[in-house]
Design a binder for this molecule. Structure first.
Ligand SMILES: Nc1ncnc2c1ncn2[C@@H]1O[C@H](COP(=O)(O)OP(=O)(O)OP(=O)(O)O)[C@@H](O)[C@H]1O
Ligand SMILES: [Mg+2]
Length: 390
């Protein structure tokens, strides 16, 4: 997540950085950079219009035309007519030079939300024809893969009923069946035993879930995992990926042969890590290993789980160790283990938990909320990104 301040001075950058904290990176570039701002994960530009308002408005207009995924905030004294002209130029908000920290934080937070939503919508339009095979993975056990995968699948199924399959690739100790309270009468072993000639043979071994998704469960005895080759497993997954708009795969920890083989067919990798040093280092090594074998074509997403853990590293350190900003911060919430034990993912529950908004924002990355309006559908919006840091 990056905010670029287009300005020939650095005072705006300082004001924004101290308002939003370290979890968002803020950089200044000269006004002459114009729309060609080159920054990873750019969502918001703040254009300094204090010295030359006309130039700033022209620039805002250019962003509106040519960089629709970027939200523009204008820094300028608010005098008669400025707000209306700024709006016509596609500016989302105007910050006057005396704006205090709270006002800046609020403006930036809104701008990021708008940018996220626009990008999610653009993405879902771009990719509306492409099926997504999403692997949820982590180097360490217990990081939260099953929790994230089952909530992602249930959230997607609410937006695209009957178009989502959740596959348990943790063949030894998989617990997708428990996480969803499924009484699976059949599983991946039976699906593969059919010979994999035809996708229908695989589909009959899916177990429907009340949310509208279909699950392919792991065998109920750990020993059966050895009978299932990575190739056969991958063939079953890729057949389902041709049929379903979203296939979510919950994996076992690490980069085993099965995970690597399925990865050849995947479109998206969702990395899950906690804030402890071992988890973060493990993810760094995983990403290095994938880069070194040329597995770089996937869209990568980074979910930092238990992001508010008091004993862990802080978000900025984690981002710099991993070389990637977390896309979603899921705080600790005791509702999560409770929901897992009950077999009801929290995105199915009525009462929200602090993890509900962040989990919906993960769903948004794949399928935007069709009912989202301009920043007012609270409850489903990510809440944690711009929170004050202690
Ligand atoms: N943000 C969270 N807050 C509180 N508890 C959590 C959170 N995320 C996961 N948990 C709990 O941590 C435990 C491990 O989570 P989960 O089973 O999802 O991890 P996993 O990565 O799938 O583990 P494994 O490697 O064993 O498959 C579960 O009891 C789960 O409910
Ligand atoms: Mg698991």
């Amino acid at each position: 997540m990056t905010i670029v301040v287009l300005s020939d001075g650095d005072s705006l950058e300082q004001a924004v950085q101290s308002a939003v904290g370290d979890s968002v990176s803020v950089r200044t570039m000269p006004l002459a950079t114009g729309v060609n701002v080159d920054a990873d994960d750019l969502s918001v530009v703040l254009i300094d219009g204090a010295t030359d308002l006309e130039r700033a408005l022209r620039l805002a207009h250019d962003f509106d035309d040519r960089r629709p995924g970027v939200t523009v905030v204008l820094g300028a004294p608010v005098s008669d007519g400025v707000a209306a002209r700024a709006m016509q130029a596609g500016v989302r908000d105007v910050l006057s030079p005396g704006a205090d920290g709270d006002r800046i934080r609020e403006a930036v937070k809104r701008a990021i939300e708008v940018a996220d939503r626009r990008r999610a919508t653009m993405h879902s339009i771009d990719e509306s024809r492409e099926n997504r095979l999403i692997m949820v993975m982590s180097p360490k056990g217990g990081a939260g893969k099953t929790t994230i995968a089952s909530n992602l699948a249930v959230g997607l199924a609410q937006r695209a009923p009957k178009e989502v399959a959740l596959i348990d690739a943790d063949l030894q100790f998989g617990d997708v069946g428990n996480a969803l309270r499924l009484l699976a009468e059949t599983n991946i072993r039976d699906a593969i035993a059919g010979g994999l000639q035809d996708v229908t043979e695989v589909k009959v071994h899916l177990t429907p879930h009340r949310s509208g998704l279909f699950a392919l469960c792991a065998p109920d005895q750990p020993g059966v995992a050895d009978e299932i080759t990575a190739q056969a497993f991958t063939k079953a997954v890729s057949m389902l990926a041709d049929e379903f708009r979203y296939v979510v795969v919950d994996t076992d920890p690490g980069l085993g042969e099965r995970t690597l083989t399925v990865m050849d067919h995947a479109t998206d990798l969702v990395f899950v890590a906690a804030t402890d040093v071992a988890s973060v280092r493990g993810l760094r090594k995983t990403i290095d290993a994938l880069d070194s074998i040329g597995m770089t074509s996937h869209q990568r997403h980074f979910v930092l789980n238990r992001s508010d853990a008091k004993v862990g590293l802080d978000v900025a350190d984690i981002a710099s160790t991993i070389g990637m900003e977390p896309d979603v911060l899921v705080p600790s919430s005791r509702t999560l283990p409770v929901s897992m034990n009950q077999g009801t993912p929290i995105l199915e529950m009525d009462e929200p938990s602090p993890a509900t908004g962040p989990l919906w924002s993960l769903v948004d990355r794949f399928h935007a909320d069709p009912d989202a309006d301009d920043g007012h559908n609270s409850g489903r919006r990510p809440g944690g990104l711009l929170r004050r840091r202690n």
